[in-house]
Design a protein around this ligand. Structure first.
Ligand SMILES: Nc1ncnc2c1ncn2[C@@H]1O[C@H](COP(=O)(O)OP(=O)(O)OP(=O)(O)O)[C@@H](O)[C@H]1O
Ligand code: SF4
Ligand SMILES: [Mg+2]
Length: 336
């Protein structure tokens, strides 16, 4: 049994402009001790997906369908109180993109970590403080004994992100959900934080869902990847396999749009057009308005995810038997 099993998740926002189908039938799972990357352009539905897992969607948003099974427990059937006391921050914790908004400026970093430890465990105040020092040390903050009593504004951006990761680790969660945790950081610090995630996994054997729009980041940390486009998972595979053998035209375009170590930035080939609105998404395949190899039938049927290799699936009509998948032609037509 996987640690996390998400099946057919649908989260809609009922706005004045119409119903935003932000997440529309998303399924994936996460094994114990592995890192799953959730990748896609801005607006693909990555953040809404991970917030939905933990009941963090507020009106006008609503999880309208699907199941989220975590460690054998159906989270969609849990009350807000159960989620707060027994799941969020203890079994599953979050690391957000913007550490400044996640840290409270009027309390010391140590206080904020200790508070979580006290809330979720039976440690005393003094023990919780010791644990905070230990955690700051674990995430590579120098002089943790002094730093523990400092306020968030006394930390640099990279250190604040480390502090947030320390908070996320404070109750030995089984799963950490990290939503673009390095986007606001410069490249060197970003690399350090990615290394830290690697170390954490080795030491704590935590599973991680790592949300990012950056396939380069995925390469650093992820075992498997689910690629999202306009509220759907369009391809899913182990990272090496996805990188070597992408089978969905969107993934192929995404890979062509990132700098590889052997390429120069001006060889980049950005994806044409922009993602359509999730209020009235294209019929059939949602990628068809930008797909370089679309055929007429793509507008008629929504392609299901079909197996295209071991542990590898893609949702493209061209993989269905009656169409036949002509890989060289696809690549050729995809490259102008
Ligand atoms: N509170 C809300 N009300 C209405 N629509 C929303 C709300 N939150 C998100 N959406 C819509 O849901 C869709 C998915 O948004 P989401 O934030 O999950 O994207 P994302 O993949 O995380 O993008 P990014 O990379 O920019 O963070 C978008 O169309 C967004 O406009
Ligand atoms: S189903 Fe059609 S439009 Fe969608 S990715 Fe495949 S070829 Fe392109
Ligand atoms: Mg997001």
């Amino acid at each position: 049994m996987s640690l996390l099993e998400v099946e057919n998740l649908r989260t809609y926002f009922y706005t004045q402009e119409g119903i935003v189908q932000a997440v529309d039938g998303v399924s994936f799972d996460v094994e114990r001790g592995e890192t799953l990357g959730l990748v896609g352009e801005s607006g693909a539905g990555k953040s809404v997906t991970v917030k939905s897992l933990l009941g963090l969607i507020n009106p006008p948003g609503k999880v309208v369908d699907g199941t989220v099974r975590f460690d054998g427990r159906d989270l969609t059937a849990c009350s807000e109180r159960e989620l707060r006391r027994e799941v969020r921050g203890s079994e599953i914790s979050f690391v957000f993109q913007d550490p400044m908004s996640a840290l409270n400026p009027v309390f010391t970093v140590g206080n904020q970590i200790a508070e979580i430890v006290e809330y979720h465990t039976d440690r005393t105040e003094a023990e919780a403080r010791d644990r905070a020092v230990e955690l700051l040390d674990d995430v590579g903050i120098p002089d943790p004994e002094q730093r523990v009593d400092q306020y968030p504004h006394e930390f640099s951006g990279g250190m604040r992100q480390r502090a947030l990761i320390a908070m996320a680790l404070s109750c030995n969660p089984k799963l950490i959900i990290a939503d673009e945790p390095t986007t606001a950081l410069d490249v060197t610090i970003q690399a350090q934080i990615l290394n830290l995630f690697d170390e954490i996994q080795e030491e704590y054997d935590t599973s991680v869902v790592y949300v990012t729009h950056d396939l380069g980041v995925v390469r650093e940390v992820c075992d498997r990847v689910a690629v999202m486009y306009l509220g759907k998972v369009v391809e899913h595979a182990p990272y090496d396999e996805l990188y070597r053998n992408p089978r969905h035209p969107y993934t192929q375009s995404l890979l062509r749009s990132v700098v590889r170590p052997d390429e120069r930035a001006d060889d980049l080939d950005p994806i044409a057009g922009t993602m359509p609105s999730a209020i009235d998404p294209p019929s059939g395949c949602r990628f068809r308005t930008r797909c370089p190899v679309a055929i007429d039938d793509c507008a008629r049927v929504e392609p299901p995810r079909v197996d295209v290799g071991p542990n590898h699936d893609a949702a493209c009509i061209l993989h269905e038997d009656e169409y036949g998948y002509d890989e060289p032609a696809l690549h050729e037509r995809g490259r102008p």
